[in-house]
Write a protein that binds this ligand. Structure first.
Ligand code: GDP
Ligand code: MG
Length: 308
């Protein structure tokens, strides 16, 4: 990559990996910086299963944010699974070739998984910025300073930023800081590009977001979405999607009484798709069973997991 800009301008561009344990708000932050929902969000850990670029364009520069699945310890029922292995691999792989790393943690909390994420970033030798997210949730603002002191003790950070990704607090100054870590270079992506992923991929993710949000207990981890049809029909997008589950009993739960749950999942997904694509969407969904898909690495591959 250029380290000096060809036309002598002060424009910066490069990529930054967003790393942290599950559920700290990495995807919320990426979306807030991009200004659109390119990465899905829910209050469940392991919502993000893929590597995805969120492209944030500013007058002073362009940041390609690499959103990643949360780095987590492989323990417990779900975490010992093939999916869990694939996701940890994806998160680590996202560090290749980036200019800096953004470690996201939750204000007031630091546990072993945060330490692991720090170590993974620190070991790469790239500059690491600490983002202390969810400061809106701190009841006592006086807790912040002692927390920052503890979090940074014995660790090397280029900068530390308390923020709220949800409320968009502290983001302007964070962006300024991040841009300084990037080389002087022209933009890598067009001004209106917001992600490296296709609309087809994003449609599958938006459907999966509703599965994460609307299905209770363990079920979200046994489901995935596959877009079978993605066709433009004038101003309309016709999308056909399959929701894969692992057992017949799960299929019945996804469909719900009289099809009510599937209908809700479909209509909420469609609204999100229309918002992101700026077009009317006609969405059809089917639920199908494929036994044990989440524990089977070849099935995961077929569903697009582990492709970066
Ligand atoms: P990820 O797993 O690290 O990508 O986390 P997500 O972006 O999916 O967010 C996990 C949960 O935290 C979601 O329910 C978000 O709405 C919530 N969240 C993210 N950022 C903030 C924040 O700044 N404040 C609060 N209160 N909640 C947040
Ligand atoms: Mg995420």
């Amino acid at each position: 990559m250029n380290t000096t800009s060809s036309n002598g301008s002060s424009h910066r561009s490069g990529s930054i990996a967003v790393i942290g344990r599950p559920n700290v708000g990495k995807s919320t932050l990426v979306n807030a910086l991009v200004g659109a929902k390119v990465s899905i969000v829910s209050n469940r850990p392991q919502t993000t299963r893929h590597r995805l670029l969120g492209i944030a364009t500013f007058a002073e520069g362009q940041i390609a944010l690499v959103d990643t699945p949360g780095l987590h310890r492989q323990q417990g029922k779900f975490s010992a699974s093939a999916m869990s292995r694939v996701m940890n691999r994806t998160a680590r792989g996202a560090l290749e070739g980036v200019n800096a790393g953004l470690l996201v943690v939750e204000a007031g909390r630091w546990d072993d998984e945060d330490s692991t994420a720090y170590k993974v970033l620190h070991d790469t030798g790239i500059p690491v910025v600490l983002c202390v997210n969810k400061i809106d949730r701190l009841r006592d603002k006086g807790e912040l300073l002692p927390y920052l002191a503890k979090a940074t003790d014995g660790r090397e950070f280029t900068a530390v930023h308390p923020i709220s990704a949800l409320k968009r607090n502290g983001l302007d100054i964070l962006v300024k800081e991040l841009l300084q870590l990037l080389p002087l270079a022209p933009p890598m992506f067009g001004e209106d590009e917001i992600t490296d992923r296709s609309e087809r991929f994003l449609a599958g993710e938006l459907l999966r977001e509703q599965l994460m949000r609307l299905l209770g207990a363990e079920l979200p981890y046994a489901t995935t979405a596959e877009i079978e049809r993605f066709a433009e029909d004038g101003q309309l997008l016709r999308i056909g999607a399959v929701i894969w589950v692992e057992r017949e009993s799960q299929k019945a739960i996804v469909i719900g009484k009289g099809g009510a749950r599937l209908k809700e999942i479909g209509s909420k997904s469609r609204i999100q798709m229309e918002r992101l694509f700026g077009r009317k969407v006609f969405l059809e969904t089917w639920v199908r069973v494929r036994e044990g898909w989440s524990g089977d690495e070849s099935a995961l591959k077929a569903f697009g997991y582990g492709d970066g």
